[in-house]
Design a protein around this ligand. Structure first.
Ligand code: 4FV
Length: 250
């Protein structure tokens, strides 16, 4: 059964190009995912189609009102039998990373809610959201781009979404390391040569060089990831229960 993703937004038109091109477009064509866009404003009940109001307690900007968002989420939940996991995109959320993407890709159904203005009335988080996800510690004017990032990152992990599933396995972060450097033709460009090992044909040496490069990069550029990697490499992994010790040693 293909994953269903519902996106609730005040700007559905922002998504068309993202949902109709490249991997996501092809995955939807191939039936590997079903994506539906819903305009939260279609669930307003007043003649002015109001979705925001001034913050209690004063302060700048406006806040997304409860009623249109509650009605939109409940209306969309009713559009399919399986219950969708409701994800609010907001800077207060759990930071999006590959492990979280892999978790989300296991779900049957996702309902992504993109906010605008200063954010959501907190009762939306308290009683409607299953989780909050942040794209990173910076402030955007809307949750649409974070929602697009979630869709792109999740869909490419879905069965039947990408041509070469292997290419997914080898990627950055899938092993907890940054990716090794990549090269392609020509061998020499403006005096810059491709490392000899990569044209040696010796795949044992190539794999060893790539792991070394990935570890070096991670150690120097992402000490946070390196700590995690060392910690995980030291703790015996379930698949190593056969007692022959961990895989490659850092
Ligand atoms: C954001 C983020 C983000 C905050 C107020 C939209 C904006 C406005 N969402 N990761 N960073 N959202 O900046 O997810 O509603």
């Amino acid at each position: 059964m293909a994953m269903r993703i519902d996106i609730l937004t005040l700007f559905p038109e922002m998504f068309d190009p993202v949902l109709s091109t490249s991997i996501v477009g092809r995955a939807a064509q191939a039936g590997a995912v079903e994506i539906h866009l819903t305009n939260i404003r279609d669930f307003t009940r007043d003649n002015y189609r109001k979705v925001d109001d001034a913050p209690f307690g004063g302060g700048p900007g406006m806040v997304m009102m409860c009623q249109p968002v509650f009605d939109a989420v409940e209306g969309v939940q009713a559009q399919a039998p399986e219950r969708g996991t409701v994800v609010l995109l907001s800077p207060q959320g759990r930071r999006l990373d590959q492990p979280l993407v892999e978790e989300l890709a296991e779900l049957e159904r996702l309902i992504l809610v993109a906010g605008r203005y200063e954010g959501f009335d907190d009762r939306i988080r308290q009683s409607l959201a299953d989780m909050e996800v942040s794209l990173g510690d910076f402030v955007l004017s809307g949750g649409e781009i974070p929602a697009m990032a979630v869709v792109e990152a999740v869909v490419r992990l879905l069965p039947g979404a990408v041509g070469e599933p292997d290419s997914i396995k080898e990627e950055s972060f899938s092993m907890g390391l940054l990716e090794y450097p990549q090269y392609t033709r020509p061998r020499e460009f403006r005096g810059m040569e491709v490392p000899d090992v990569l044209v040696s044909g010796d795949h044992g040496r190539i794999d060893a060089w790539r792991i070394e490069q990935a570890q070096q990069r991670t150690r120097s550029r992402r000490p946070d990831l390196w700590q995690e990697y060392v910690k995980n490499s030291q703790s015996p992994r379930p698949e190593d229960a056969d007692g022959d010790g961990p895989g490659e040693t850092p």
